[in-house]
Write a protein that binds this ligand. Structure first.
Ligand code: 4NP
Length: 147
């Protein structure tokens, strides 16, 4: 199973989801892969935001070696689950999809809600971490039950 987490900059929300899901996959000894990307290209090649690195580190998750990449249309064929953080990301990703099969792989990470963007609010990193971690655990459980 191949999972891609997507947000806008690929330096805050999707790196957290990527790192948390990776640590759950490793702990569960699953042969799944997870990566992340941003719909915007401003931060390509950069490490995650220092505030995202710090909040993850507090919970024992190291995301410091991740590097931002921009979402590309070919990702629609390479991942089984493309999980996007907000509705703006969703419309950008779906705009690149040509087929119903590609569209069927794309969903909001929170199903019918958005992960708030913490980039302009320092106080949001902690609640966003908690929100993302809880959802990663639920998704892992759901996919394991389906397997
Ligand atoms: P992210 O947060 O989408 O969670 O990585 C953002 C990071 C950077 C920008 C916006 C959101 N930016 O405008 O540069």
């Amino acid at each position: 199973m191949k999972i891609l987490m997507v947000c806008l900059g690929n330096i805050c929300r999707s790196p957290l989801a990527h790192g948390i899901m990776q640590s759950l996959i490793t702990a569960a000894k699953l042969d799944w892969t997870v990566d992340s990307a941003g719909t915007g290209g401003w931060h390509i090649g950069e490490a995650p935001d220092r505030r995202a690195i710090a909040v993850a580190r507090r919970y024992g998750v190291d995301i410091s070696s991740q590097r931002a990449q921009q979402f590309q249309p070919h990702h629609l064929d390479e991942y089984d689950h493309i999980l996007v953080m907000d509705r703006s990301n969703l419309s950008h990703v779906l705009a690149m999809a040509d087929t119903a099969e590609q569209r069927s792989r794309v969903q909001l990470f929170l199903e019918d809600d958005e992960v708030p963007d913490p980039y302009f609010g320092d106080h949001l990193f902690e609640p966003v971490y908690q929100l993302v971690a809880a959802r990663c655990e639920a998704l892992l459980q759901q996919w394991r039950d389906q397997a």
